[in-house]
Design a protein around this ligand. Sequence first.
Ligand SMILES: Cc1cc2nc3c(=O)[nH]c(=O)nc-3n(C[C@H](O)[C@H](O)[C@H](O)COP(=O)(O)O)c2cc1C
Length: 171
Amino acid sequence: MDIPVAMTAPAAGHVADAPGATIGAPAPLLVAYATQTGIAELHARDTCRALQAAGVPTRLLDFDSLSLPMLHAADRALFLVSTSYDGDPPDMAEAFNRDAMGRSAQLAHLRYGLLMLGDSYYDDFCGFGRRLQRWLQASGARPLFEPVAMDDEDPAALQRWRVGIGATVLR
Ligand SMILES: Cc1cc2nc3c(=O)[nH]c(=O)nc-3n(C[C@H](O)[C@H](O)[C@H](O)COP(=O)(O)O)c2cc1C
């Protein structure tokens, strides 16, 4: 992922329970992905690489490892999630979808970026991503930039994701 060189001022989110976090040091920015066939993970890894190259420490994790306490402790997070089956979450996000997203949480402190991967061939386009977006909104979290719905591998959507990160996280 190419982030313009001009967008290199480091700024980091804070994740209190990040491994190796020390008092006073910038904590890694949470980057969480939910994938069924690997594409969201690839984009999450690219995003982390670009952020780290710009001096922003990141913590990459999948939705199987994501917990509500992590989101309570974070002030910023990036989510990259696909939709599988009939508008449902990928297998690795089933537990989070059922347990954490079963009702709204207290996330008014949280600002987030959201890349929703899907395919408009399916009836429920980006169904899980939109469900995550509704839950984040209902929980009081605010978007860093307009959530991005990516139809298949639409390069324009990926560009909106990159620009959104460049204008907010790397500002
Ligand atoms: C069996 C199957 C079911 C899918 N169902 C949906 C769906 O309901 N809605 C949607 O927007 N995309 C759906 N997709 C498309 C995927 O979300 C899309 O290909 C995405 O890029 C996959 O990302 P991933 O590799 O990170 O899982 C489906 C794909 C497969 C293979």
